[in-house]
Every structure is written in C-alpha cells, then in structure tokens.
Design a protein around this ligand. Structure first.
Ligand SMILES: [Zn+2]
Ligand SMILES: [Zn+2]
Length: 685
C-alpha cells in the first residue's frame, strides 16, 4: 500500500535566533529533491514551520521529509494553492473558499458561475503544471492588522468571513488551514525571475519552499459543496486533487483507486443482486435481497455460534424508547445531533382539540447500551454472575447527514453485533485479554488476517472518573494490546470522555485499513444508571462496563468483506455455492442427482437448466462468482464422475461423484476462505 513507506526520521538540529531554518539546515546536506526531500521543519512544540522561518529565540528543529505523512500534507495543501491560482487565472472573478489537505489529497472550494466540467479540470491541470514548472516561491507575509487583511481581501467575501470569525474557528477544522491559531498571515506566490507576486492567499501555512517541490499531482473530480458545510450557505464547487512526493507514488495510488473502484461494494451489491437502497425507503436504509440475505445470515450464524461458545448471553431489545431512558443514560445530552428527531405519541385532546394530556417523546434507538443496562438492573446481581456478557444483534438508527451517507459503510439504520460486559475490577484484565483474543480470532474466521491496534487514551480536558481508574485501566489495555503481539498505534487524548478504548484496524486485500472492532471501557454509564452488584463481602459495588462491537455493524462488515473479496465470497458465505452445468441437456439428471445429495448436506446447490449454451452458462456463473461449477458430459456420466470448473478458469475433470460431494462438503464445513481452484483442490486430494 502506498502509505506504508519507510520514512527516515531525522535528528533535530539547532538554529540560532535570527537565522533562517533553511540556512541552518544547509550544512546537514539533506536532500532537496526526490522522495525524501525536506519540505519543512517541525519546532520543539510540534508546529510545522516553513524552511524560511526565522526563529526569535534559538531552538531545535526537525526536518520533515516529503514522503512522511506531514510532508505529504504540506505538499498537498501547497498544491491546493496552485489549483486556486490556476482557477482564478482561467475563470476570472472566481471567489475563494478554503483549500485544506485531506487524507490522500486536497480540495479547494470555489464560487463560480458554472460547475466545472471534466474538460475544465484538464485545462486547470495544464495551467497548474505551468505554474509548478515556473518554480514560484511561497513567501509568508504577516498582515499588519486584521483591518489590513480585510482591506486586502475585500473582494473575497468568504476569506473576509474567516478573518472576522478567526477566534471561533475550530483548530481541527478545515477552515483552520486559512486562519489557524497565531498571527493572521498570507502566502504570496512569487515569480522567481521577476520577483513579482503572481498570486496570494490568506493562509496560516506552512508551505513548501517553491512550487517545484510538487513532483506529482492530479485533479480527481469536482462536486457541489456548501460554504462551511452548511446547506443554508452559498453553493460552491469543490475540486479534489491528490499530490505525492514522486510520480511512482502517485501512480501506485491511482492504481489502488482504480482497484477500489472495481471493488466498490455499492457497484458489486448491484451486480451480484445482494442489496439495494430504494428511494421510497430513504437514504442510508438498505434492503437485502435473497442473495445478500444468505451471506448476511451465514455471517450472523457463525458469529452467534462463536459467541455462545465464549459465554455470551443473548438478549433482544426494542427499536424505540421513551426519552427518559436516553436522558438518564446521557445520550440526549451529548448525542442528540446523531439521533432522529422524536416521535410524539399518546397526547389526549378534548372536543375543541385542546390538549388535555401531554404526549410522550419516543426516540429511535441510536445505541443498545442503555437497554442492556436495564436488563442488568432488572434484578439484584451478585458478584457470582460476573462477568455478565449480554449480546444482541441490535438494530440502531442514527441521523447521518445526507452528504456523508455512503452505501453500507455509513448508513442511517444498521445492526450492531453489540455486547456489553459487566465485570468486577479484579476481572477486568482477564476479561479484556479474552475479549481481544476472541475478536481477532473471529475476524480471522472471516478471512481478515492483517491487523493493528489503536489505543485511545485520556483527554485531560474532558473526562469523568478518577485518575486512578483511568491510569489503571489504560495500563491494562496497554498490556493486553502488547501481549497480543499486534502492532500498537497510540492515539493520545483520543478517548471519549467516559473511558479509554482499543480499536482493531484491519487491512484489506488492497491494503486499505478499516476500523473494525472497538473495545470501549465506560466509567460513566454505570454511574448514571446506578448499576450495582453485591460483592462477596455483602457490600454494593459498581460493575465496570465494557462496550464491544466486533463487526462494528453487520452491514458495514458485509461491505468491507464484499470489497475485500471483490465479490467472490468464501464458499461458506457464498449465496450460491454449487451450480451444475450440463454439457448437453441429457446430462442434467446426473447433475440433479449430485446437487440433491449436496442439498441434503445443507449446501446451496442447483442445476442451470436454462436454454443458454454451456459456454454462456460458465460465463454467467463466473460473473456471478459461484465458487463450484460442476460440469457433466458423457464421459462423466459413464464413470459416475463430475468435472470441476473454478472462478480462476482452471478445471479438474473426472472426479468420482462421492469424492466430489465430500470435497465440497468439507470445503464448506471447514469454512475454507481460499477460493477452490485446480491448485487448491489438488492440495486436498
Ligand atoms: Zn496555504
Ligand atoms: Zn454500548
């Protein structure tokens, strides 16, 4: 995968007050071209600075190479400036929005008369190449005052708004690219021959020294956008692009994109007749067709079996609840924006239509936890019952903005494989260890096998619970994660206010990472909902609560597996496992006999008796990703045998029927995730 490169970590170097960082760096003789060219530096506080930065006091700086995540993001944001310069040159009068770096690229928002066409993007790319080649310098300039900035930007209404709003801009937002913390600054693009300013932009920086530090870029697409993401605001056009430290890195990324496009689960879902999103039901609310429902059911069944083996108790809970519950749990306080608005029921009216009894608010449930807590709390609990592991395939509804709804991976209604574990302090370490083992082992059952962990720890500005419990449980999570032997990536201050979290990230077949499972400690909800158990000494104690979702949601996991396997699910999950294809009609009964035997063993097997010719049938079922195609001709019938045809085009002829049935049956029952082929079958005969 393109993002995984070995980045050289440079030691820091000393810069005297009044000396430009770049000048001080010169004697280190670091590269200024190629994949590891130094594009900027990081100061002791972790802020990125231009190479032209002149510190007021002496200090230490670390070089940032082009192929590091931070280096790439500086290149990408600089490329966004070049794009904006090109747009204003090609489309005079265009007003500028914002232009941040984002994951794998950048965008810039513009107010233009007409949406950009694909041809426009080509024209812009050409103009950008010229700008890059001309080697314009990026020069930082401090505005004398906010008024001076406003005067200079009087024709840029969106920039003006940002200047006025500077104090309120979230430092983590895209807007902060322009007016982050600190001084109000502009970056001028200076022509190296004439020293004239060609273009400038309100920006906090930093930037690469010159446009020549953008070795490879491409504009990818344009789309409609709203100013500051709010649909009440002005309509803008957003142009997306990507930029990389080398042409090779760009090509590798484009290849990955093309592969991802081919595997897009929304497209495969349609081609393989798995699921759809009918307009009549609404955005983000999928229906699963028979083929998709089989896969989903197999996924759930296997998970259910494994959960039973591991000591989980199954519960079910309703989809709606009175507001009281979510007030008590705190969701209405901190999660209301993510919930659908309430349904009001049970109001009573008199003859004149005047309300005599007020109605009740009911909410669609966005999370299962409060309901599981009610089950825990339905009677007194003894320490002997702990750990208590309540599990549910619980369907929840979350109000996602329509702009972020994305197929099965970001839906408005979905089913979590959700468990809540209540345990004692003493049980916590053992419980977390087995939960993590269980998660990894179950994800591997589905054929994912490349994982790393992320540990989110306390945000010192926002947390509930004692420092002691945070420290101890973070230590435990850290130990459990380390003992798992998996790579551990820290996420400092990334925890929710109610407890630390481990998440399991899985890499798929084309190297993309997906956040899968989360194991979240919660010190808040047991307190709010007053959960207790009786300890061995007879005193009442609070249980520790662990939220744990393994797939995340079944729908999302379905989407991830669909893309991971590019539609060719392992045999045990495949909607159609075996299809008989007679060489001529006469041989159908022979195949019917075999598929009947297979069906008796619970295998999904049919014979294609349509009028299509054999070659056409093979093509259809190859496209339909049926893993076992059984062919039968005269010789097969005579020998009571059958011939295998596989998705990779290979074939194994004349397998005795009894052996064929056993082979297929074992492939399903053993849940072999590799596709059968001439080669993989030979290994089992
Ligand atoms: Zn900038
Ligand atoms: Zn929960």
């Amino acid at each position: 995968m393109v993002n995984v490169t070995s980045v050289i970590e440079h030691p820091s170097f000393h810069v005297e007050a009044g000396t430009a960082v770049g000048t001080a760096m010169r004697e280190l003789e670091l590269p200024n071209k190629g994949a590891d060219a130094i594009v900027c530096v990081k100061d002791a506080e972790g802020n990125l600075r231009d190479l032209s930065h002149v510190p007021d006091t002496a200090g230490e700086f670390t070089p940032v190479p082009a192929n590091s995540p931070e280096g790439r993001s500086v290149i990408r944001h600089s490329c966004a400036h070049v794009l904006a310069q090109a747009v204003q040159a090609e489309f005079p009068g265009t007003k500028l929005g914002i232009g941040p770096a984002i994951e794998n690229g950048f965008y810039y928002d513009f107010q233009v008369a007409e949406p950009f066409t694909p041809e426009d993007l080509k024209t812009l790319e050409k103009r950008m190449k010229k700008i890059i080649k001309s080697g314009q310098r990026f020069e930082r300039r401090l505005y004398a005052s906010a008024e001076a900035a406003a005067e200079e930007l009087k024709n840029e209404p969106f920039k003006l708004e940002l200047i006025q709003d500077k104090g309120n801009v979230d430092p983590n937002s895209d807007e902060a690219t322009e007016v982050g913390a600190g001084d109000l600054t502009a970056y001028d693009n200076v022509n190296p021959r004439t020293n004239e300013v060609e273009w400038s932009d309100l920006c906090r920086g930093p930037h690469i020294p010159t446009t020549r530090y953008i070795p490879a870029f491409a504009l990818t697409r344009s789309s409609a956008a709203y100013w500051r993401g709010n649909q009440d605001n002005a309509d803008l056009q957003r142009v997306y692009g990507t930029a990389w430290e080398t042409k090779e890195a760009l090509e590798e990324y484009q290849l990955m994109l093309a592969e991802a496009e081919k595997r897009d689960h929304r497209r495969l879902g349609n081609e393989l007749d798995l699921f759809s999103f009918p307009d009549e039901i609404g955005s983000g609310l999928p229906v699963f067709h028979p083929n998709g429902a089989i896969v989903r059911q197999e996924m759930e069944e296997h998970s259910r079996r494994r959960h039973i083996e591991d000591g989980y108790s199954f519960v079910t809970t309703p989809h709606i609840t009175k507001a009281d519950l979510y007030e008590k749990s705190g969701h209405l306080g901190f999660y209301k924006d993510g919930m659908f608005p309430p349904l009001q029921v049970d109001a009573e009216y008199d003859a004149e239509g005047k309300e005599t009894k007020p109605g009740q608010d009911y909410y669609l449930k966005p999370m299962n936890c409060p309901m599981h807590n009610l089950i825990f709390d339905s009677r007194g609990r003894s320490y002997r019952e702990l750990p208590l592991r309540l599990f549910e395939f619980g369907t929840v509804y979350r109000y996602e903005k329509s702009g972020v709804v994305h197929g099965l991976t970001r839906a408005r209604g979905f089913t979590q494989d959700d468990a809540h574990i209540y345990c004692t302090d003493e049980q916590l370490e053992q419980e977390l260890t087995s939960v993590l083992d269980f998660i990894i082992s179950l994800l591997k059952d589905y054929g994912l096998d490349d994982f790393y962990l992320e540990l989110s720890t306390k945000d010192p500005k926002k947390f509930v619970g004692s420092d002691e419990i945070w420290e101890r449980s973070t230590d435990i999570l850290q130990r459990v994660a380390t003992n798992s032997g998996l790579e551990l990536v820290p996420d400092p201050e990334g925890a929710a206010f109610y407890g630390p979290k481990i998440s399991v990230q899985a890499r798929d077949a084309i190297g993309r990472t997906w956040q899968m499972s989360t194991v979240q400690l919660d010190f808040n909800m047991p307190e709010r909902m007053n959960l207790e158990y009786t300890a061995s000494d007879g005193t009442k104690k609070r249980p520790i609560m662990i939220h744990r979702a393994l797939f995340g949601s079944i729908e999302r996991f379905f989407g991830v597996l669909l893309e991971h396997y590019a539609g060719a699910f392992p045999v045990w999950l495949a909607p159609h496992q075996v299809i008989g294809i007679p060489v001529a009609d006469d041989f159908s009964p022979h195949l019917e006999k075999i598929t009947a035997q297979l069906r008796k063993r619970g295998i999904r097997a049919d014979v294609d008796t349509s009028d299509d010719r054999m070659q056409k049938k093979i093509r259809n079922h190859t496209t339909g990703k049926v893993p076992f195609m059984l062919l039968a001709g005269a010789r097969d019938v005579e020998a009571d045998a059958v011939s295998f045809r596989f998705l990779d085009g290979t074939q194994v002829n004349g397998v005795p029927v009894d052996e064929a049935v056993e082979l297929i049956d074992a492939w399903v029952k053993e849940r072999i995730n590799d596709q059968p082929s001439e080669q993989s079958l030979a290994a089992r005969r």
